[in-house]
Design a protein around this ligand. Structure first.
Ligand SMILES: *Cc1c(COP(=O)(O)O)cnc(C)c1O
Length: 396
């Protein structure tokens, strides 16, 4: 099967993916799969999505030549795909918007979501306000304290933010709570999952709503350079911004792709979130993929300076692309990301999200060793406004 055609009808990317959910969710998820497939092929749905992406969200985003940064590193030409300029400040709104249109099509009246750093919660609260839908966002109590500004943003737009105090009181527990809600309310509620994770059809659907990133980048680089890029780089949390950029290029053999995970304080147990560095194959929250677990199969604690990359499992399509060797995966540590944050701020006047700064750290490391004729496209998945306090603490 051609790479870009996956997943198969059962939601598998090779041996990864699938539907590992309670019995009560099987029928609703199948209904969602069918509805999504119909919507995808419905010109009226696409037209409404395109119109809102343009006029509300701010697409297309520029493909920006980082001239000073390129000069400083002394090698390959670096283009940044500016998802940081989107409404609400990150790529996440592409998916939130697509899914709320789908929810309306399904006749749902209530939306739930999980959020870690709060970026997906903000994107969801935003589209719920735009469409007048009831909105409940589950968030770990610890994250609510760390990301008080995003909690306020959600509440200002009329969303209810429910604190989750179980376990570590962070993202994983928030997903569990959202799943529990959904099992009880699925007849009138849609769950807007925030990354290319979870049960089928979410990894496929979330990826598809972000494909616009790669579709635009491809057209833009062809206009500017008359050829495809040599290298694509993106950070990988669940993997949605990376899949969005990579997917439209998967069948172009000349295009190398690198995903950058969170190396945290280094590759030691509980100090990072780099699932491809010593992770295990397992099932977490609906999908079979690489995850960080101990020898008893218990999910390990994770750490990253960027909350958006701080999760124990990676999206199943990434697991597959790593397995077949189509995409390479590496990591950047907290210190690497902070250094790249500073470098981009100083050379280009752009504050990247700390998540995106992981991709920038990889470029900072390798661009100088690549020929000047090479072209890199890096996904600047979000802006760093939300991270100013944290970055200032380390860097000023
Ligand atoms: C949430 C987030 C990420 C990580 O999520 P993916 O699904 O891996 O893209 C990356 N960058 C930003 C700015 C985010 O908000």
């Amino acid at each position: 099967m051609a790479l870009a055609q996956l997943p198969d009808a059962t939601g598998h990317f090779g041996k990864f993916g699938g539907m590992f959910v309670p019995e009560t969710l099987m029928a609703p998820l199948q209904e969602l799969t069918v509805a999504y497939d119909e919507a995808r092929r419905d010109p009226a749905f696409q037209a409404q999505l395109d119109d809102l992406l343009h006029n509300y969200v701010g697409r297309p985003t520029p493909l920006y030549l980082a001239e000073r940064w390129t000069e400083k590193l002394g090698g390959a030409k670096i283009y940044l795909k500016r998802e940081d300029l989107l409404h609400t400040g990150a790529h996440k709104i592409n998916n939130a918007l697509g899914q709320i249109l789908l929810a309306k099509r399904l006749g749902k009246t209530r939306i739930i979501a999980e959020t870690g750093a709060g970026q997906h919660g903000v994107a969801t609260a935003t589209v719920c306000a735009r469409f007048g839908m009831e909105c409940v966002v589950y968030m770990g109590a610890v994250d609510m304290e760390r990301q008080a500004l995003n909690v306020a943003r959600m509440r200002l737009m009329g969303a209810e933010v429910r604190a989750v105090t179980a376990g570590q009181a962070t993202l994983k527990e928030a997903v569990n709570e959202a799943m529990r809600d959904w099992v009880a309310t699925v007849d009138h509620t849609h769950y807007i999952l925030g990354s290319a994770l979870g049960s089928h059809p979410f990894p496929m659907m979330v990826r598809d709503f972000h494909r616009v990133i790669g579709v635009e980048a491809r057209q833009q680089v062809l206009e500017k350079e008359g050829r495809l890029p040599d290298l694509l780089v993106a950070c990988v949390g669940g993997g949605s911004n990376a899949m969005g950029l990579f997917h439209p290029f998967l069948n172009d053999e000349s295009v190398r792709m690198v995903g950058v995970e969170a190396g945290g304080l280094g590759i030691l147990p509980e100090k990072h979130a780099a699932r491809f560095q010593g992770g295990k194959l397992g099932v977490l929250q609906g999908t079979k993929t690489w995850l960080l677990a101990n020898d008893d199969g218990q999910i390990e604690l994770t750490h990253s300076v960027s909350a958006g990359l701080d999760y124990a499992a990676v999206g199943p399509e990434h697991a597959y692309l790593q397995d077949i060797g189509r995409v390479e995966y590496t990591y950047a540590t907290d210190d690497d990301a902070l250094a790249a944050f500073k470098e981009l701020a100083h050379t280009e006047g752009i504050l990247p999200a700390l998540e995106s700064a992981h991709a920038m750290a990889y470029i900072s490391k390798i661009a100088g060793s690549l020929p000047k004729s090479d072209i890199i496209i890096a996904n600047l998945s979000g802006r760093g406004d939300k991270d100013v306090e944290q970055a200032a603490k380390y860097l000023l």
